[in-house]
Design a protein. Structure first.
Ligand code: AMP
Length: 138
């Protein structure tokens, strides 16, 4: 698998403000935070996108994300936050190593801004799509 700047951070070849480390997971402050406490949680496994990640690493991330989120809320005083996880350049992924952003949202508006251009899902389209995706899960 390809390496990235995050591989170097895990290997301590590049400095970071580390928050957490265990067998499968590493977490550190984002160097260009959207808000105070903006943190990145990454697997040590160098998968580029979430769909390529092993179940073992995914489980380890899922286990620790709530705990790190709670710590950020307590440390910053924030009461709301977004989890952002970009996959692919078209989806705004810049560093090609799976990462979860934990981004506190504050009353002053700092944090993640979201555009949500939703439309209604038609009944036929919904049924066909649900079947197609479910089939791919088998
Ligand atoms: P994404 O657009 O989801 O790929 O986000 C990549 C994130 O990595 C950005 O928020 C960057 O600010 C952050 N980032 C890039 N290099 C570093 C670094 N050396 N230390 C901490 N965060 C970084």
């Amino acid at each position: 698998m390809a390496t990235s700047i995050f591989t170097k951070i895990i290997a301590r070849e590049i400095p970071c403000f580390r928050i957490h480390e265990d067998e499968h997971v590493f977490a550190f402050l984002d160097i260009n935070p959207l808000s105070r406490g903006h943190t990145l949680v990454i697997p040590k496994e160098p998968a580029q996108t979430l769909d390529q990640l092993s179940e073992e690493s995914a489980a380890a991330l899922g286990r620790v994300l709530p705990r790190i989120s709670r710590a950020i809320l307590r440390a910053t005083g924030a009461t709301a936050f977004n989890i952002l996880q970009n996959n692919g350049a078209m989806a705004h992924q810049v560093v090609m190593h799976v990462h979860f952003h934990i981004i506190p949202k504050y009353a002053d508006g700092s944090g993640l801004g979201i555009q949500w251009p939703a439309r209604a899902l038609g009944a036929d389209e919904g049924a066909a799509l649900a079947t197609a995706i479910t089939d791919q899960l088998q």
